[in-house]
Design a protein around this ligand. Structure first.
Ligand SMILES: NC(=O)c1ccc[n+]([C@@H]2O[C@H](COP(=O)([O-])OP(=O)(O)OC[C@H]3O[C@@H](n4cnc5c(N)ncnc54)[C@H](O)[C@@H]3O)[C@@H](O)[C@H]2O)c1
Length: 271
């Protein structure tokens, strides 16, 4: 991995579940906490050396990278206080679901570099997925610097077409929740067939962890790997037949992603 180009000044607006995981990973990877300031209404401490404030400062240092980590519906209030502190060299990174770049540009007109980012929770252990999007108004140097900041979080994918950002969010941003549900359902199905609940929970989690790690390292596709588990005439094929009948699992997941995507589109319309 190439060395991370840490920003001189990082200002987090909101530091809950998601931004908190991003910051934890950055600090683990060597970001100097003295470069970080966090605005959070509670004012509660975050980590040794990180400055926490419950009100906006009078000014931001030149070239500050701002991470918008509060809830999407708070953007109007936040922008009213934050935009006057932003200059041409302020870099804005937004993780707000369903909030288009044009909306961010309208709210932070002075900042040249504005990037939409869609991380997911495993960024905290460096195994996340982050989709990124920006436009031509963001200079290449700022784009690279933001890419470098995101790199320690896991897989980084620049998205060419912002019109696909809600699909990206549905797949990888929301994806961990769907996988957590799957692990839970696998365990409960085992329990329904008669296994002790605690044992089924341990086995379901370890099975998903092992299968995902194996798929990540394999040169074969997950589809080929599934066939390798299924001995001809054996037990697995009978199970796969249930998942595959009428594309049942595929339909379920397509409907799941579509519902999440549609919510992103409604949020972008102000819903
Ligand atoms: N949770 C996820 O998996 C995930 C994934 C990708 C993106 N996101 C995005 O991350 C953002 C935060 O989601 P979350 O799940 O971390 O929610 P959260 O509620 O855990 O965090 C939001 C934080 O913002 C703080 N806050 C509230 N009002 C504020 C204000 N006026 N100024 C500054 N901070 C304020 C809250 O105290 C809270 O700590 C959302 O925009 C969401 O779309 C979340």
């Amino acid at each position: 991995m190439t060395a991370t180009l840490w920003p001189d000044h990082l200002f987090l607006v909101g530091c809950g579940n998601m931004a908190g995981q991003m910051l934890a990973r950055w600090l683990d990877c060597g970001l100097d906490p003295a470069r970080v300031a966090v605005l959070r209404p509670s004012g509660k401490p975050i980590a040794e050396g990180v400055r926490v404030m419950s009100a906006y400062p009078d000014a931001l240092p030149a070239g500050t990278t701002v991470l918008l980590g509060m809830k999407p519906y708070q953007i109007a209030d936040v922008a009213a206080s934050l935009a006057p502190l932003c200059g041409e060299d302020t870099r804005i990174v937004s993780i707000l679901a369903g909030t288009p770049l044009a909306d961010l540009r309208a709210r932070f007109p002075a900042a040249r570099a504005v990037v939409r980012a869609m991380p997911n929770l495993p960024v905290g252990i460096g195994q996340g997925v982050t989709g990124l999007y920006t436009d031509a108004a963001t200079a290449a140097q700022a784009r690279d610097a933001i890419g470098s900041l995101i790199a320690p979080l896991g897989l980084v994918e620049w998205i060419a077409d912002e019109g696909r950002f809600n699909e990206v969010t549905a797949l990888s941003g929301c994806g961990p929740a769907f996988l957590f549900r799957f692990i839970d359902a696998l365990a409960r199905a085992g329990e329904a067939l008669g296994l002790p609940a605690d044992q089924a929970a341990r086995m379901a989690l370890a099975t998903v962890e092992g299968a995902a790690s194996m798929a990540a390292r394999a040169s074969d596709s997950p589809g080929t790997l599934a066939d390798r588990v299924a001995s001809p005439g054996g037990m697995t094929r009978e199970g796969l037949n249930v998942l595959d009948a009428d594309d049942r699992l595929l339909s379920l997941l397509t409907d799941t992603l579509a519902a999440a995507r549609d919510r992103g589109e409604a949020m972008a319309r102000g819903g």
